[in-house]
Design a protein around this ligand. Structure first.
Ligand code: ATP
Ligand code: MN
Ligand code: MN
Length: 307
């Protein structure tokens, strides 16, 4: 028989030495999800999530009073020590406290104990932090934009990237939209990758002006889509695959196959409560990700972009 979500997460074994305070505190009033259920969620997805966290500076969203309370976007440890979360060389961001990374799966659990709900990562890895290893396009439904338009926009971005012979992988954001990720060889610096991603978005806005706008800002955007390339700047972050979101319903960010796009119901197609439907697929939709890493030079030339 199919296990229910509650049975699925209840069967997750937590480390014997893990201490969770206020385990029954409600994190998401809409679903009644408790802190301990979220800890179990992270224990469940840790093996799937760790490859996406490896060597990346990260930021965390804490919700100490639940997701309807104040949220804290946290890039440093500050006074919170979390076993399995380690500080990086402060030279990555001079003049700031050290950035952090997830060193071990244990870190996901100690973060959840500290009321972390979301984990976001940079587009680059340490020690080669000067050269990003991926490019991200964030597809957001603005006012007056339907989910069908988002699905179509994702297809159009994919088509352009394919014409440029770039690989592109799809994930749900766990929120409202979709994230498209291009795995890169570590070759160009951040500004070059960001400028190139802007050139891709500008090209789309020029060729399909009824669908896309090149500028952010709500006013010129009604009914049209701004493909957000600003996730490609130094220090910018995007929610990590398998992270939960601090929004009602606790959507999760999940790697998906392109042929699934049509069947997705929204950015929160999968949630903490329905993750069991997706565990068997795991990261399989992105199986080709590592071997797809591409150099950008040919695509730059094709698009007429000069670094
Ligand atoms: P959706 O699909 O709903 O658009 P999303 O993950 O694409 O979801 P947001 O949840 O709006 O978009 O997140 C915006 C991005 O800005 C996040 O990826 C996060 O890394 C970053 N961010 C969020 N809050 C802060 C903050 N307080 N300071 C700096 N960066 C932040
Ligand atoms: Mn978005
Ligand atoms: Mn955005």
């Amino acid at each position: 028989a199919q296990k229910t979500a509650a049975q699925e997460t209840a069967s997750v074994t937590l480390p014997a030495n893990l201490r969770i305070s206020n385990p029954d505190r409600i994190v998401d009033p809409q679903t009644g999800t408790t802190k301990i259920a979220l800890v179990r969620y992270y224990a469940l997805v840790a093996p799937l999530m760790m490859p996406h966290l490896k060597d990346r500076p990260m930021a965390m969203v804490r919700a100490p009073d639940g997701i309807e309370g104040q949220l804290f976007f946290q890039k440093h440890l500050d006074r919170y020590k979390m076993a399995g979360v380690v500080q990086l060389d402060p030279a990555i961001f001079p003049g700031h406290p050290p950035m952090v990374k997830m060193q071990a799966a244990e870190g996901l659990l100690s973060a959840a104990q500290m009321n972390v709900v979301e984990v976001h990562t940079w587009n680059g890895t340490v020690p080669a932090i000067a050269r990003p290893d991926r490019m991200t396009f964030d597809i957001d439904p603005g006012e007056g934009v339907s989910w069908a338009q988002i699905q179509e926009a994702a297809m159009l971005v994919r088509t352009l990237l394919q014409e440029l012979a770039l690989p592109v992988f799809l994930k749900t954001s766990g929120g409202k939209g979709l994230h498209l990720v291009v795995p890169l060889k570590k070759q160009f610096d951040w500004d070059t990758v960001k400028d190139f991603s802007k050139a891709v978005v500008d090209h789309l806005a020029r060729t399909l002006p009824d669908r896309f706008v090149a500028k952010s800002g709500a006013s010129n955007r009604v009914g049209r889509i701004f493909i957000d390339y600003l996730r490609n700047g130094y220090g910018a972050t995007t929610v990590c695959a398998w992270s939960a979101r601090a929004r009602p319903g606790l959507g999760i960010s999940v790697p998906a196959r392109w042929d699934e796009l049509k069947s997705l119901k929204g950015g929160a197609h999968w949630t903490v409560l329905t993750v069991h439907e997706r565990l068997a697929d795991g990261n399989a939709p992105w199986a080709d990700y590592e071997k797809s890493r591409t150099a950008l030079a040919a695509a730059m030339k094709k698009l007429g972009f000069t670094p």
